[in-house]
Design a protein around this ligand. Structure first.
Ligand code: SAH
Length: 401
């Protein structure tokens, strides 16, 4: 730390220095005794114990309950261009080890806290990079980060999709638009494991695509050959294209978004996949599954990949009922020996609770369920060991008899 300069500081309450020792990257406002010399939201602060011992450097978020996000536990580090260059470089080198660029050009390059850059998401879509600046600290360093990304990557087109809930919690306006290079076309064509996908990076969900499901989509190929497949919450058809490529007999897709289903149809066509055995249903999965149950319609392989049902801890019970409902319905319409790929992306639903929910559904449906795989988010969405909140996606592959 530069001792000649007065650094803004955050003093923790007595005893709260333990939080910093566990290397968790968040400091909640409740742990703070006083804040000194802070002039600008997002600027770098020294985190100190109640008696003034320097513990870490972080970004202050004036309006958020997460009052400080730690940049470094080394108080001698300078938070500057060099710092972000190092952090971004190590995120890039991890992806070199886990992405096969021969057949995939869509991946998460920077995963916020878990890549030690809290508040920053950066996803690569071929020649485009899509960024989210979700915290005051990330926003503070935006121009620096954009310049470094341009320098380190072979990508000049950077688009911002900071139109999220977490941004609202920081009292920043939602923002999306070009940060560098050209305006993206309505659909950017990308390749994932050799399959082509059209992605609407300007207004699609998240940064345009559910990149976190790549490894799980690939796994569906082992189960899809000659099977009748039902893809619930299909979005633009991720699991369906993989299932088709593996020789599925028929594919039924359900999503409430007509825009997503239109892209799904285009995705089948750009891969030259015939659409005769593909049925698209625009509707509510809860209702459509009930209708299938009442009609006695059955499938060999069902995918349940719903949106986040629990946005906060207070919604866990209601969310659990929702998960149980769809899992129960799916089990009722699976053929004997059928396979269920079931997911929850709610961070507040733990792995244990999710298994319990699926077990409850098994009991109520009268089926025997074996967990044959336990899944999580793809490898380019790493989880920092000191940040368990980074693990949000849970999946179970179930054999249902
Ligand atoms: N499996 C997909 C991602 C699913 S995202 C992939 O691999 O790309 C969740 C999807 O659920 C979104 O497309 C959203 O439009 C849809 N959705 C949300 N609530 C729904 C409901 N009640 N019924 C049907 N679809 C719903």
């Amino acid at each position: 730390m530069d001792n000649n300069k007065i650094m803004p500081s955050v003093f923790l309450k007595k005893g709260k220095e333990r939080l910093v020792q566990s290397k968790h990257p968040w400091i909640f406002s409740g742990a703070i005794e006083k804040i000194k010399d802070v002039k600008q939201n997002g600027e770098t602060v020294v985190v100190k114990s109640f008696d003034g011992k320097e513990l870490a450097l972080g970004a202050i978020s004036i309006h958020s309950q997460i009052a400080v996000r730690i940049w470094s536990f080394n108080v001698n580090k300078k938070i500057d261009d060099q710092f972000f260059t190092e952090r971004i470089n190590s995120a890039i080198s991890l992806r070199r080890n886990i992405i096969n660029f021969d057949h995939t050009n869509v991946y998460r390059l920077i995963n916020s806290e878990s890549d030690l850059i809290p508040g920053l998401i950066a996803d690569v879509y071929g020649d485009f990079l899509v960024c989210q600046f979700l915290s005051a600290g990330a926003e503070f360093w935006k121009a620096t980060i954009v310049e470094i990304l341009k320098k380190l990557l072979n990508i000049n087109n950077i688009f911002e999709r900071s139109d999220t809930d977490s941004r609202r919690k920081e009292k920043f306006e939602e923002k999306s638009g070009v940060l560098s290079g050209i305006e993206p076309p309505d659909f950017v064509e990308v390749v994932e494991n050799g399959l082509k996908f059209l992605v609407d990076i300007k207004s699609g969900h998240k940064t345009g695509f559910y990149i976190d499901q790549r490894d799980n989509r690939n796994l569906i190929k082992d189960f899809a050959k000659d099977k009748s497949v039902l893809n619930c919450f299909c979005y633009t058809g991720g699991f369906s294209l993989y299932a088709h490529s593996a020789g599925a007999k028929s594919i039924t897709n359900i999503d409430s978004s007509s825009a997503a289903l239109k892209i799904l149809t285009k995705n089948f066509s750009i891969n030259n996949f015939p659409s005769e055995q593909v049925t698209n249903i625009e509707g509510d999965v809860f209702q459509v599954l009930r209708k299938f149950r009442d009609e006695g319609k059955t499938f060999d392989l069902i995918i349940l990949d719903p949106p986040k049902f629990a946005e906060s801890a207070s919604q866990v019970n209601k969310a659990a009922r929702g998960y149980k409902d769809i899992n129960l319905l799916a089990m009722k319409i699976l053929n004997t020996g059928g396979v269920l790929f079931t997911f929850s992306c709610s961070g507040h639903i733990t792995q244990d609770l999710f298994r319990k929910i699926v077990d409850d559904a098994a009991i109520d449906s009268g089926r025997t369920v074996k967990f044959i795989r336990q899944l999580t988010q793809s490898a380019d969405h790493p989880v920092l060991s000191s940040f368990p909140e980074g693990l949000y996606l849970k999946g179970l592959v179930c054999e249902v008899t």
